[in-house]
Design a protein around this ligand. Sequence first.
Ligand code: WT7
Length: 659
Amino acid sequence: MNKPAKQALEPLASRDLFPTPPSFAARARINRSTWAAQRLDDAARDPLAYWEAAADALEWRTRWHQVLEWSAPRSKWFLGGTLNATESCLDRHARSWRRTKAALIWEGEPGEVRTLTYGQLHDDVCRFAGVLRALGLVSGDRAAIYLPLVPEAVVAMLACARLGVIHGVVFGGFSAEALCSRINDASCKVVITADGGARKGQVVRLKDTVDQALANGACPSVTSVVVLRRTGHEVSMTPGRDRWWHELVRDAQPVREAVAVDAEHPLFILYTSGTTGKPKGVVHSTGGYLTGVARTMRWVFDLKDEDVFWCSADVGWVTGHSYVVYGPLANGATVFLYEGAPTYPGPDRFWEMIARHRISILYTAPTAIRTFMRLGDHHPQRHDLSSLRLLGSVGEPINPEAWRWYHQAVGGGRCPVVDTWWQTETGAIMASPLPGLTAQKPGSCTKPLPGVEMDVVRQDGSRCADDEQGFLVIKRPWPSMMRTVWGDDERFRQTYWVQVKDPATGAPWYFTGDGARRDQDGYLWVIGRVDDVVNVSGHRLGTAEVESALVSHLAVAEAAVVGRPDELKGQGIVAFVTLKDGRPPSEALVEELKRQVASEIGSFARPDDIRWANALPKTRSGKIMRRLLRELATTGRVTGDTTSLEDFGAIAALRPAED
Ligand code: WT7
């Protein structure tokens, strides 16, 4: 773990308060009268009772007999409880007046619109679960989902859940290599994909990528590939392996009775980048995960039955799992889904859709907000955004300027903004305003939610003073916490549970990997990662992953990758590369290396800058001096102590590739 980078302490804007407008607060689920300060204290005193009440909002087959069994880092929640996620998300709504309520309103990039009611979504899920069962999947098996953002992506996830099959959604932007390694890590039996998806007016040829991933027996666990027809372009179908979705559902026997699983049964595996070259399969449980996402959906987004909720994330990321699928559907919400690019065909596509579908809650990422801000106020101004009542932000720190623009130009100054801090690992939002209760400060995710104990501490576990930068840790288990890294309990422990301990008891705390400050009002200001993870447009990437993609190129001897601040993307990627003997640097090679990264990981990981180096600066023990490279990438020059350099010449030899 790196020391949090020393930063000039700008004064925290603690007087820059945005209290919730009284008209919002009056109607909010959680406000001063419904949730007196007393009850926040109760949740802090007895978090287990708090979480038990949250779990009561789900549909259980058998009730638990014990809330928590905790022996760090192993947690079990709701012991003895059994349930099926789809009964909470679908069956109970399909039995109620919500049968005819819209569950999903989907818009394709080319403009087609489809609405699925809870009744229809329930039927589709039962039918597709029948397909998966007929393909031989049983509870505990794994299926990979590699689809565009279409209703069938939601259907596929829930159909897996209905059988107790563990889904592993892989974002459609990942390459064949990345897909293949995820399928193999989880030994998936089935891959669910589509011919393609629509993006920026083009077809993203997903099935071709699946074919590449599976070529030459590279994924031996896969017995079947289910292909959804979305774009209609020609794809090759391998006999005996590949089948069309629409043909399979025609003959399917619907699974009316969901398979009840233990509360701890894994609901899904989702891969996320860490500090090594190999992404981690984050495992989430059924009962605890659903409890966390259902509660936060309701409280953080102040969800009401009349809302049309739009979380603009793809289901390939955790945000899509928690706040496109499980959180909203567990609450019987109407979810809006949009397949395509945010500024296609024009810069006002978002605003035009919000006006047309009367969207009331928008949840998006700072990188998108900054892009819209740059495009100009006149785009949101041209549309009727009066349906909006609440705005959310997630994925990276939001700079105060973007926050204010979002609040004013999009929210018209009347919508609270919930800046929600969480991670793939936490499953659900951990720190955020409760919009009817918490005054907001632009750039701060405010405070930990009820039931969550988070703090900013020094390396030795002692509590940081107000405004002192330290490590963000979580001091108590919570229901939606990840259970392990798929197939690697030791890596789970090493990554999150050895860095910081309670100095009084020696008990491990959960290490988030983020640096943060707490101001005198107890508000949290997350600075960003303190490990070798970068956040590019809200997409998390390990620098080691990009490095290993680079060194797989024949010309490359060594590579070191660092993040540098980027006005639009949050962070950009800079790679320092040394070439093998005799290989001359060239502009063509720069392009080749960028392409290499795109094909090993996905095009979102493409480095912004490749810089040549004769050697990489290393400490005497051989560790690459990343701090120095980060500084060089950011400012273009190097300062500070370089005496521990093995190769002093290495510094001088670093120069931009363009030179
Ligand atoms: C990392 C987690 C959580 C869903 C999307 C990203 C950063 C996330 C915030 C926020 C400041 C944030 C952190 C975190 N992050 N939300 N509101 N303010 N930073 O999930 O890919 O697991 O990334 O994103 O650095 O550790 P993820």
